[in-house]
Design a binder for this molecule. Structure first.
Ligand SMILES: [Zn+2]
Length: 105
């Protein structure tokens, strides 16, 4: 299955505590079906001091979200639209916003 969400995309979260929040995709793990979104799904973790890590104590970090719980926001029309795929003239496969019908590169 082709990957619909890429690093650097803006997504909106559709499920969970941060529902409705938008953020930029930081990392995608297609095999796990998970991704990290900037500022979303923040969790507090305690961390012990370790050599090389100066920051100990409670830290806030992003926890992964399920890819199925986010929707890509079209950079062209701003809608959290359904995505399809299309091919450009040079044969490159790109996503297609089903709302505005524009290819997203
Ligand atoms: Zn669009």
């Amino acid at each position: 299955m082709a990957q619909k969400i890429h690093k650097g995309d803006t997504v909106v979260i559709t499920k969970g505590r941060d529902r409705g929040k938008q953020g930029e995709v930081q990392r995608v793990y297609p095999k796990d079906g998970r991704l990290f979104v900037e500022g979303a799904n923040m969790v507090k973790r305690s961390r012990k001091a370790q050599p090389g890590i100066s920051q100990a104590g409670i830290i806030t970090m992003e926890a992964p979200l399920s890819i199925s719980n986010v929707k890509l926001v079209c950079p062209l029309c701003g809608a959290a639209a359904r995505m399809g795929f299309t091919f450009l003239n040079d044969g490159k496969k790109v996503r297609l916003c089903k709302k505005c019908n524009q290819p997203i590169e």
